[in-house]
Design a binder for this molecule. Structure first.
Ligand code: TXA
Ligand code: MG
Length: 351
């Protein structure tokens, strides 16, 4: 299959191009599109065949459900069985935006979209191209991240091209994804909302509009038989580059010393080494490839660059990557969750 690449303006999406991409979706095809979090791989979320094609293109396990994307609140009602009060408050506060909510699903949502679950994940993205495309299609659009299963989510059209070219009908290039980490997922189907995947909308932000929000304990540690994440996709530790990633904890100077020692040992074995550093420390590492995630104090920069840099290490053929760690406060929880997954929960202490 030939994959068409089209560029659409984020400021002012050209309506003829949006219509063209929407037509592919209406005909059951797959279109990768930009969102404010990461690129999504879109297909008709009410059509089992289109959903199945998504799983095949990504190489995704069929028990890992898809998120349905809508472009106005009125599109929620037909796909869910009920809208709990907490969900209403959260959508008033954070939609459109990087928040996905889990609802009991209605009958029109096929099991192919929900991986056999009777709940459905719904998101209303704020990216102008995503909104225009979903609206023009007139459909809820199933949209997992547009990467090959197991790889870091794509934050650029070029990442999608690298993973999925030849496997999907079209890629809509709308520039860099602003947040760079996938949306927060919150389950609103029980009494108290529970965060299943941390993202840009934090527990503290949600607790400003609802009384209490819990965090699925599986987010903070390695998934196990006793601690199974409620979002099926969160159980996969393969979320990672080819390089072996290790997180290094400790005081600033001790981390630099330890990482340089480890890199020297790796190099002696003929390995190509990489470091995920920050603006504050990048000059002090002696690795083959040192990439700065940004200013340590600006978590939004760190989050926006993380997946891009993980992909770059692969591109450059790096064998081992050592990464600094960050606070788990606020958006830091999402960053540390993704870093831990990329590292297969492999951490060492430098002190
Ligand atoms: O930011 C995002 O959410 C991006 C953009 C494209 O919108 N999408 C995305 O989709 O990250 P995906 O498929 O890569 O991740 C969806 C996650 C998976 O971990 C999946 O297991 C979980 O959502 N999920 C989907 N439906 C669910 C459900 N009914 N119950 C629990 N978890 C669900
Ligand atoms: Mg994904």
């Amino acid at each position: 299959m030939e994959t068409r690449l089209i560029k659409i303006s984020t400021e002012n999406p050209e309506s003829d191009l949006v219509e063209e991409a929407a037509r592919v979706l209406k005909e059951g095809g797959l279109v990768a599109f930009p969102t404010e979090t990461v690129y999504g791989l879109g297909g008709n979320g009410l059509n089992s065949e289109a959903c199945k094609k998504i799983y095949i293109a990504k190489g995704r396990p069929s028990d890992n459900p898809l998120i349905l994307h809508i472009s106005q609140i009125s599109e929620l009602r037909p796909i869910v069985r009920e809208i709990p009060l907490a969900a209403q408050k959260l959508m008033d506060a954070f939609w459109p935006g990087p928040l996905t909510m889990i609802f009991p699903k209605s009958d029109i949502v096929p099991m192919a979209a929900t991986g056999g679950l009777d709940t459905v994940a719904v998101r209303f993205p704020s990216h102008p191209v995503a909104m225009a495309l979903i609206r023009a299609s007139g459909l809820p659009i199933a949209g997992p991240s547009a990467n090959s299963s197991g790889k870091p989510s794509p934050t650029r059209a070029s990442h999608v091209e690298f993973d999925l070219s030849g496997k999907i009908d079209m890629i809509v290039d709308g520039g860099a994804a602003e947040w760079g980490l996938e949306s927060t997922i919150v389950d609103v189907s029980g009494d108290v909302p529970v965060i299943l995947r941390p993202g840009a909308i934090t527990k503290e932000m949600m607790e400003a509009v609802v009384d209490q929000v819990l965090i699925d304990p599986a987010i903070l540690s390695k998934p196990s038989v006793d601690l199974r994440p409620k979002a099926p996709g969160m159980k996969y530790t393969h979320y990672s580059p080819v390089a072996k990633v290790t997180l290094v904890r400790g005081d600033g100077k001790a981390v630099i010393y330890k990482v340089n020692e480890l890199c020297a040992a790796d190099k002696a074995q003929g390995k190509k080494t990489g470091v995920l550093a920050t603006e504050e420390t990048k000059e002090q590492y002696q690795a083959d490839v040192v990439l700065s995630l940004g200013n340590r104090e600006k978590l939004e920069e760190i989050g926006a660059n993380l997946f891009r840099h993980l992909r770059k290490f692969d591109f450059l053929g790096v064998d081992t990557v050592y990464s600094e760690v960050f606070s788990e406060e606020g958006e830091g929880l999402a960053i540390m969750n993704r870093l831990n997954k990329a590292a297969g929960y492999h951490q060492i202490n430098a002190n």
